[in-house]
Design a protein around this ligand. Structure first.
Ligand SMILES: C[S@@+](CC[C@H](N)C(=O)[O-])C[C@H]1O[C@@H](n2cnc3c(N)ncnc32)[C@H](O)[C@@H]1O
Length: 251
């Protein structure tokens, strides 16, 4: 079946479709890194809570911004772990030896995500903490102002840098920059890409608003993305194309 595909020069390709189906049709040992932010299926300890509209689960306070619908964020714990193992296995097959993997997750889904990463064959190497100073305070409780990246490699690490990289990255969410309910700061992705090969091909099977791809354009990596939502596929392609043009004018 033909799928809508957006190509930006020879530096970025964004395919619209279901990640698992699309990845299964792509060649093995063809990407240099996997950096991705899947739907967490988080936001509650019960199935009903997890199946709530993401706009309700993930937005708090009185001012709620409106974004296109976020898809696929409704799995229970066991099906999330099984599903994550399936797509992470495809990512492992597509990765070259030594490729790093970075997968976003939150405190609820951290155990499932580390299980799935390892079950898929990746060698778990640690966590990166994304500290969000803008997170809301919680009366009488510890503030939940961190999300995590599960860091792993395919077989043996092939370091892309001789720098020592920090384990905690501090970036506020900038509402003016966000086009997606759970969009991540571009500056955070730029910092994360320091672990990937300059000029290498970075895979993000859950592209969303295209943040990983934009950071790739800004830092001289190539990008291969997949996104289920036709609306976000279009938005991501436009944003990545703009980031590519910006990078060219900076040269
Ligand atoms: C957490 S968001 C990614 C946000 C992105 N990092 C950003 O900064 O904009 C996850 C994305 O995965 C997409 N998605 C959900 N299920 C999918 C699937 N089966 N295949 C591909 N994309 C999927 C959702 O539509 C959503 O845009």
């Amino acid at each position: 079946m033909d799928r809508p595909i957006e190509r930006i020069g020879d530096v970025a390709t964004i395919i619209q479709g279901d990640a698992l189906t699309v990845l299964r049709g792509l060649p093995g040992e063809s990407v240099d890194a996997v950096v991705t932010d899947p739907p967490y299926s988080s936001g509650g300890m019960t199935l009903t809570a997890r199946q709530a509209d993401p706009a309700t689960k993930y937005q708090h306070g009185s001012t709620k911004l409106s974004y296109p619908a976020m898809l696929g964020d409704n799995k229970d714990q066991r099906s999330f772990t099984t599903w994550a193992t399936l797509w992470l296995t495809e990512c492992w097959r597509m990765a070259r030896d030594g490729a790093p993997l970075l997968v976003f997750t939150d405190w609820r889904q951290l155990p499932s995500t580390t299980d799935a990463v390892q079950a898929a064959g990746w060698l778990w190497r640690g966590l990166v903490v994304w500290h969000k100073p803008s997170a809301r305070p919680l009366l009488g409780e510890f503030r939940r102002d961190a999300e995590f990246l599960v860091y792993a490699v395919k077989r043996k690490a092939n370091p892309a840098t001789r720098n020592c990289l920090p384990g905690v990255l501090r970036h506020s969410v900038n509402p003016a920059e966000k086009v997606h309910l759970t969009g991540k700061p571009v500056a955070l992705l730029r910092d994360l890409l320091a672990v990937t090969q300059p000029g290498g091909l970075v895979l993000d099977p859950f592209t969303g608003g295209g943040t990983t791809g934009m950071a790739c354009m800004a830092t001289g990596r190539r990008f291969l993305g997949v996104e289920l939502s036709p609306e976000y596929h279009r938005i991501a392609a436009d944003r990545i194309a703009a980031a590519h043009r910006d990078a060219l004018t900076m040269e």
